[in-house]
Design a protein around this ligand. Structure first.
Ligand code: HSE
Length: 459
């Protein structure tokens, strides 16, 4: 507590009015924010130009021992009451959930002219434009650095660092749980379910782990990055999303033999494809999909719960943002960085504050770009009945759809006598052609399970 009393002393000495915050949610991140303010209070006060003090907190259970002393703070059993407190300048929402109390608190805070800092990616993906509109109308700042990639300042990177660039593409590893699972499967040969249980035990996973492993969490984050990168309206619903739950240890082994690792990649780019509606029309391509990443690509070396994003600007060139995507310390670091921004900005006034870099009204409503005309190389894995003619059936479908096969491998499955795994890598082909080939095979009794398609990430 020594450092926070330093903050109080600074305030008493009249250095500047303290910035008063309220914390909604005292889970690992909320407690991390309190610890960070205690540990770094003096340097934060210098950098922010004023002390930052906690006025009030709210959580589900007041009596739980969280290892921090809450006695100096006001308490609200109903977190939405924090927005109405006269002793609060900034509401910090660390509860989560796209709707419900978190959204009510966010609306009340911004609507009432209080700043809002949030780590809530689902809420920003679904309601970010509404909240930014409220923020613009009331002049209250809205910040959400911690919503994407925990401690990695990728939102500040896009808002500030590459503000002078046209961004061509943003892509990367945005979910620590999936990356931990894939890289651990790769290192140990263990199965998916076994490693998922470990990720949950380590506290990386969302309350509903389906959000992680089916790609939804990555899609939330990607849709936020797209809006900032391209000046487009957030369009979470159009993100083509798949996850990692169907990836087998055998896929990882095949990828390794070919010179690749498997990573769940969120990717967004502006697309000028013919399906978008004629020459010059642009569409927004957003996809979350497991990819084969070549060993020499920087993302291939991102292991464990780490996040990493590549931003390609037309003047900056390729930038790589990498670091811890979750956890109390890194996420609290991003939350408090936003609070410091607000403390600094209060001096200047926030009338022109734009959470998405440009006014919400001028964000472009971009049509989603279909993927059919995109040319890619694809890894396609089949599990098939082990009988004569099956391989010929698969290769005939590829031939009939105009897809050229670069390599093909067939392996018996030790765990199931009657089935074999067939994995192929295609030459570059329109994605529509690969879909056509798979359509030709749809319903074939030779296929024991639906095929798994993963694109190869180019350099
Ligand atoms: N479940 C998320 C992840 C936490 O695994 O990355 C951070 O958003």
């Amino acid at each position: 507590m020594a450092q926070s009393s330093t903050s109080a002393e600074l305030a008493q000495a009249g250095v500047a009015q303290p910035l008063r915050i309220a914390l909604a949610g005292l889970g690992t991140v909320g407690v991390g924010v309190i610890r960070l303010l205690e540990a770094n209070g003096a340097l934060i006060a210098r950098r922010a130009g004023r002390p930052i003090v906690v006025s009030a907190v709210s959580a589900r259970d007041r009596s739980r021992d969280r290892g921090v002393d809450l006695s100096a703070y006001g308490w609200e059993a109903d977190m939405t009451a924090l927005a109405a407190r006269a002793d609060v300048d900034v509401v910090v929402e660390l509860v989560g959930g796209a709707d419900g109390p978190a959204l009510k608190l966010a609306r009340d805070a911004l609507g009432g002219g209080k700043a809002l800092v949030t780590a809530n990616k689902a809420m920003i993906a679904h309601h970010g434009l509404e909240l930014a509109t409220l923020a613009e109308a009331s002049g209250a700042p809205l910040r959400f650095e911690a919503a994407v990639a925990g401690g990695v300042p990728v939102i500040k990177g896009l808002r500030e660092g590459v503000a002078a660039n046209a961004v061509d593409r943003v892509y990367g590893i945005l979910n620590g749980t999936c990356n931990f699972i894939l890289s651990t499967m790769e290192d140990t040969g263990r199965d998916f379910a076994d490693v998922l249980a470990e990720a949950q035990a380590r506290g990386y996973a969302e309350a509903d782990p389906a959000f992680d492993i089916e790609g939804t969490d990555t899609a939330h984050k990607l849709s936020i990055l797209s809006a900032l990168a391209f000046g487009t309206r957030i369009d979470f619903a159009s993100v083509e999303t798949s996850g990692i739950s169907r990836i087998l240890a055998a896929d990882i082994a095949q990828a390794d033999a070919l010179g690749y690792v498997i990573r769940l990649i969120g990717m967004a780019e502006l697309d000028m494809g013919p399906d978008v509606g004629g020459a010059g029309r642009r569409g927004l391509f957003q996809r979350v999909q497991a990819h084969l990443v070549p060993f020499d690509h920087p993302l291939a070396h991102v292991d464990g719960a780490t996040n990493a994003m590549v931003v390609e600007g037309n003047f900056s060139g390729r930038l790589l943002f990498q670091g811890a995507g979750a956890g109390d310390g890194p996420t609290a670091s991003a939350v408090v960085a936003d609070i410091i921004d607000i403390a600094r900005g209060i001096e200047a006034g926030f009338e022109a504050d734009m959470p998405f870099s440009v006014p919400v009204a001028s964000l472009e409503a971009m049509a989603p770009a279909a993927s059919g005309h995109r040319h890619s190389r694809a890894y396609i894995r089949f599990i098939v009945a082990d009988r004569p003619g099956v391989l010929a059936e698969i290769t005939a479908a590829m031939r009939d759809a105009g897809v050229s096969i670069e390599s093909l491998i067939q392996k018996g499955r030790a765990d199931n006598e009657g089935e074999v795994l067939v994995a192929m890598v295609t030459h570059e082909a329109p994605e529509a052609a690969v879909s056509k080939a798979l359509g030709l095979l749809d319903g074939s009794p030779s296929l024991v399970a639906p095929p798994l398609v993963m694109h190869l990430l180019g350099n």
